[in-house]
Design a protein around this ligand. Sequence first.
Ligand SMILES: [Zn+2]
Length: 186
Amino acid sequence: MSEKYLSVSDGENCPVCNNPTMKVTAREIDVPHFGQTLLYSSLCRNCGFRQSWSYPLEESSPHRYTLYVSDPSDLTSRVIKSNTASIKIPELGFSMESKMSSDPFITNVEGVLQRVKAATQTLNSWADSKEEKEKIEKVFQKIEKAIAGELPFHLIIEDPLGISTIEATNPKKLKVEELRSSEDAQ
Ligand SMILES: [Zn+2]
């Protein structure tokens, strides 16, 4: 059985004790007779709560997940993004193509916004004109509002391999579409 380590995300909120002490790991394992399987496991350092779930990779196909985030509780929806996926937030003018983001992660919607915020901060440090800095400052304010749950937005994840997923706090706000081929995922 061969194993490929994919990603780790620490400081997630524990569903049992509510402390930000959950560590989540994802590994790709090759199980004899079953094929490639994605195995997630999480462990809370505070209360010891443990959870694991697996995902057969060979049954996966191109998918698009669209989550409408309009309430602070939506920010806690879990986001599992593989290295083949792209992320878009049209309302923030944000788009991260899979080629640029080979970094897989498991976090929640707020964690995605924190990443967007960090990327915007980097852009701001590169900006050389006052005009450009003002433009980035406006985007920055929007991100802050989104983090505070005051700006509704759509989080779109497209994955040609269908490994990524969103586990919505409010499942009715999540739209899952199967794409015909990876060509559709743009
Ligand atoms: Zn706990």
